[in-house]
Design a protein around this ligand. Structure first.
Ligand SMILES: Nc1ncnc2c1ncn2[C@@H]1O[C@H](COP(=O)(O)OP(=O)(O)O)[C@@H](O)[C@H]1O
Ligand SMILES: [Mg+2]
Length: 259
């Protein structure tokens, strides 16, 4: 009897472990399976010149990826292809669920609404305050309810640590603060992907580090995938992450960094 009881306990225990294992594996694959960005055999052109050939990239939910390479090797062209500024004429691409080959001028705003874009030179409207800059984007992307608009603006300003600076004009802010506003703007539509083109390019090392900490925090806390073009190796070595390199017409994934 005792032996039987022991056996039953044993079987029950094995069953329990099995169920937990199956659940964990299912949950993990659910978490890992979300591909936010994919390019397959993509050829990227500027006019008639082929800039990058046979590009194959996959980025998962929440991943932080650097796009490194010397000036002129096609980092911006690659990012422009991803946000629909350059048309993908050869190969396949999917960005936050939108097929790049099917992009028309009419569809591009819908793609952009699901992306955040951060530029080197901030591209804020200089004739209005931070608050008005953010409001302008929300209104332009179809937000109607004024109360929700206010809530959203406060929310993104808080996320980038500029809660009290909404009333300032861009020229009243430091470079680092202007870049934070740019990041806040990128967060407005809660994107799954942020594309950042040399976001630290105009900043001194200390301010660059603050922006990097902010981007890494966003990626971690909100599960936002971030693809950041940079040729700032100091930043990459201080904040290591997966690296894709552009080099003489091609793209090398998980590239080692040569200094
Ligand atoms: N608007 C454009 N028209 C034609 N050629 C361009 C344009 N923009 C960039 N290029 C060319 O494409 C190549 C890649 O440039 P770019 O994507 O800006 O590189 P990176 O961002 O790495 O500096 C360069 O040879 C550049 O001269
Ligand atoms: Mg560039």
């Amino acid at each position: 009897m005792l032996v039987l009881n022991g056996l039953r306990k044993e079987v029950y225990h094995i069953f329990k472990v099995y169920v937990i294992l199956v659940l964990t594996l299912t949950f993990q694959s659910e978490l890992m399976a979300e591909i936010i960005l994919e390019l397959q055999n993509a050829n990227i052109y500027q006019g008639k010149s082929l800039i990058l050939g046979e590009v194959n990239i996959q980025v998962q939910k929440g991943e932080f990826v650097y796009l490194v390479g010397k000036t002129g090797t096609g980092k911006s062209s690659l990012l422009k292809t991803l946000y629909g500024e350059l048309k993908l004429k050869e190969g396949e691409g999917t960005v936050v669920g939108y097929k790049l080959s099917e992009m028309t001028w009419k569809k591009i705003p819908f793609l952009r609404r699901n992306l955040g874009i951060v530029f080197q030179d901030f591209q804020l409207l200089t004739d209005r305050t931070v608050h008005e800059n953010l409001k302008f984007v929300l209104k332009a992307t179809g937000w109607k309810d004024d109360k929700l608009v206010e809530e959203k603006i406060n929310d993104v300003l808080e996320k980038v640590g500029l809660k009290t600076k909404g009333f300032k004009f861009p020229f009243e802010l430091s470079g680092g603060e202007q870049q934070r506003v740019d990041v806040a703007r990128a967060l407005l539509n809660s994107p799954k992907l942020i594309l950042a083109d040399e976001p630290t390019g105009n900043l001194d090392p200390e301010t660059s580090d603050e922006i990097m900490q902010l981007l890494f925090r966003i990626s971690k806390e909100y599960g936002t995938a971030i693809v950041m073009a940079t040729h700032d190796y100091r930043v990459i070595s201080k904040f290591p992450a997966r690296t894709i390199r552009t080099e003489t017409g091609r793209v090398i994934d998980n590239a080692g960094i040569t200094f």
